[in-house]
Ligand binder design. Sequence first.
Ligand SMILES: C=CC1=C(C)c2cc3[nH]c(cc4nc(cc5[nH]c(cc1n2)c(C)c5CCC(=O)O)C(CCC(=O)O)=C4C)c(C)c3C=C
Ligand SMILES: [Fe+2]
Length: 427
Amino acid sequence: MDTKRLEDIANKKMTRRDALKLAGVGGMGLLVGAGGVGAIMQPKSPATNTATSTGTGAVNGIVPFYGKHQSGIITPMQDFICMGAFDLTATDIADVRKLFQSWTAASARMTEGKGVDDESDNPHLPPVDTGESIGLDPMRMTITFGLGASFFDDRFGLSSKRPAPLVDMPHFNSDDIRKEWEGGDIVVQVCANDPQVAFHAIRNLARIARGKAVLRWVQDGFQRTSASDPAGSTPRNLMGFKDGSNNPKVSDPAAADEIVWAQSSDDPSWMAGGSYMVMRRIRMRIEIWDRSSLDDQESTFGRHRQSGAPLGKTGEFDDLELHRKDSNGNLIVPSTSHVALANMEGKVKILRRGYSYSSGMDPKTGQLDAGLLFVCFNRDPRKQFIPMQQKLAAADQLNEYITHVGSGLFACLPGASEGGYIGDTLF
Ligand SMILES: C=CC1=C(C)c2cc3[nH]c(cc4nc(cc5[nH]c(cc1n2)c(C)c5CCC(=O)O)C(CCC(=O)O)=C4C)c(C)c3C=C
Ligand SMILES: [Fe+2]
């Protein structure tokens, strides 16, 4: 098929049938190549190469589940997330293996827009799939699995295999981490362009896990949708600022290898092609934020609210020049602003993939329980996320308006090939 035809497909709204055809074994599937359908479908906007982009054109096709890496890490962001952590009740590694084999098969099917398995025609049994996604498009769903440090305790004989980068998360200044939002043996991140499709996946994975694992926490998240912003510009967080402008461009494989993917030269080798995911549930004191002046808000982030440009600049993607001073000799971007600190002099980078959350209100205070489900991926959190968060926790002006209430660090396994399963490099 020629390039023109592929571009035509990319510019057209995909039907469920188109998507299935594209991913199928017919000639087109092969032409899609390693980048998969999602890669063909990405439009050429400035934000496209960042994990922040949802892409344009209401592309609701299939993102391939199998591959060298798990999808949902450098995949351009979908509109919704449903993330859940599980604790294992199984006591035998053979049962854990069976669970991951079943999860892998079910996940591959669900990302193609199918039910978890073929339905039985026995009317006396419950349906195999819960059914709420019947007839829905695949919606670019990705399902990403990770293992927490507790997976490597003494239950399954895997303690010697715990990756050194999978440290216990240190306590950071002003953390208020709640037990109910912390850790988990396994994390499952589901992202999709439809919240019902994402919920369906978590629900059915929990159902498959019955007798082997139980849910520990679940958090939904959202951002503006591709319907409300077809241009796919950088999304705004609940503080009203563009969030993700200076995310690294991980469509460049060298950048992805440097920042995101554990390498075969890194220890342990079974993690090669995987990545480490950090989850922080960060509550925003939005009622206080909403009473702050525009100047205070812009100085807090070090960027202009409307354009997203660094202070003193006009373009969202203009360079951050952290040493520039005004005519009075004052730094234009304050040294305690969020971007000045998070920039780490340009030497340390992470890939952010967070979503806003809104979980009703706190009945004690009447305030909204809303904020950022911060998610990031890095090759080694000891060298990336942790020093960055230490710096932010110590001095960030943003700390006046936020509290970290949930936390998790997970080793996201390498991708699986068809016939294999997620986790097969380890158990
Ligand atoms: C430890 C890592 C980070 C945490 C935790 C974090 C929380 C957090 N961030 C925002 C909003 C914005 N962050 C922005 C930039 C930015 N943030 C981090 C890291 C963490 N943020 C980095 C590495 C960067 C990029 C710095 C750079 O080099 O430019 C921005 C600016 C726009 C952008 O580039 O994305 C905003 C806005 C909130 C609201 C928040 C916690 C609630
Ligand atoms: Fe940030």
